[in-house]
Design a binder for this molecule. Structure first.
Ligand code: ADP
Ligand code: MG
Length: 346
């Protein structure tokens, strides 16, 4: 047997790199965290620039409220957040982020630059580091109000991780999918996505139903929009709205299933099952429904702190949520459009 090493605390940077593994799996996870932060900051304009599938470079510019100069060093510290204060707040999360981990994790495994400016400041300020070992002092930079984050050479200092990245094309595919998901849920936000200097998405903000349908069409295609039933249901504090494709429009794969809980895109077995049950035998065996659905419920009814990537949720009353979703959507499919009520009481 090899000789034993005495128990010792890991150096901060190594601890951060290990922790980063849970938050940052691939370039798309970086984009997700940066977009969530921008949306939490009230931005309605997001510009995303990606090079080589995000492996070489990811830059996100937003026009949110920014970070004051003296808080910049804190923003990149682990467990530093402006979004929750006490344990009670965990029961009523209304922001996309709350763990105070993303910037610390991302900066530990990349060449990182954060520049930000608030409305009160005459200039922006930037800090930078390679792998978060040493940070530069805040230096002035001319930018509009908002935040710019640049992440270069992801996992440059964690070869074991870098090895597992796929080809830039594949990694970009994940980023593209992520941006679609976010853009579906935030119609009033303008999204631009560029890859290697080429514009992939340029989505203008939309205000009304017609605009929403245009965005749906750009992201999911004409076929989906033509087959889409608009749904809106309410029962007590539960609210479900969005679009479900009539059974005639179905897919070989579960690749057009977007479900959001309180604005957060989730992959939840219970919800997927509830929707599938609503379609039940209107679909041939093995065929998949297509939908974009938004479930809203009181924050204390849902635990989003299940996994560091925050894509899993747990419901306090799972059965209640399940029945509501299944029954509402089943009604929507069964009822001819003309006589369909906009709400139902259950
Ligand atoms: P969390 O989002 O969980 O709070 P992060 O590490 O993602 O943790 O961000 C840390 C803090 O930095 C946030 O709480 C927020 O105050 C600030 N921040 C990060 N990104 C932005 C941004 N784009 N605009 C304004 N503030 C930001
Ligand atoms: Mg965050």
């Amino acid at each position: 047997m090899s000789s034993r090493t005495a128990i010792h605390l890991l150096p901060d940077q190594l601890a951060s790199q290990i922790a980063a593994g849970e938050v940052v799996e691939r370039p798309a996870s970086v984009v997700k965290e940066l977009l969530e932060n921008a949306l939490d900051a009230g931005a309605d304009r997001l510009d995303i620039h990606v090079e080589e599938g995000g492996i070489r470079r990811i830059a996100v510019h937003d026009n949110g409220h920014g970070i004051p100069k003296d808080e910049l060093p804190l923003a990149v510290c682990r467990h530093a957040t402006s979004k929750i204060v006490t344990a009670e707040d965990l029961h009523r999360i209304h922001t996309l982020g709350f763990r105070g981990e993303a910037l610390a994790s991302i900066s530990a495994v990349s060449r990182f630059e954060l520049a930000s400016r608030t409305a009160e400041e005459a200039t922006g300020w930037r800090i930078a580091s390679d792998g978060a070992t040493h940070w530069t002092e805040p230096a002035p930079v001319a930018i509009p109000v908002g935040t710019r984050i640049e992440v270069k050479d992801l996992f440059f200092n964690v070869p074991a991780r870098r090895k597992f990245l796929k080809a830039p094309r594949t990694e970009f595919g994940h980023i593209d999918e992520l941006v679609r998901r976010m853009a579906l849920a935030w119609p009033s936000v303008q999204f631009t996505l560029q890859h290697n200097g080429k514009t992939v998405h340029q989505l203008r903000p939309v205000q009304d139903e017609a605009g929403q349908l245009r965005r749906l069409e750009m992201l999911l295609g004409k076929g989906f929009v033509e087959a889409a039933l608009a749904v809106e249901f309410e029962s007590g504090p539960l609210r479900l709205r969005g679009w479900m494709a009539r059974p005639t429009f179905n897919r070989a794969q579960a690749d057009m299933q977007y479900f959001y809980v309180n604005g957060r895109m989730v992959r939840d077995k219970l919800l997927v099952h509830a929707v599938r049950q609503a379609y039940a035998d209107t679909l041939y065996h093995g065929r998949q429904p297509a939908y974009v659905l938004f479930l809203e419920l009181p924050p204390e009814q849902v635990d989003v702190n299940v996994h560091p990537a925050k894509s899993e949720v747990r419901f306090a009353e799972a059965r209640w949520v399940y029945d509501f979703v299944r029954r509402s959507l089943k009604d929507a499919i069964a009822t001819p459009i003309e006589s369909r009520p906009t709400t139902n009481d259950m």
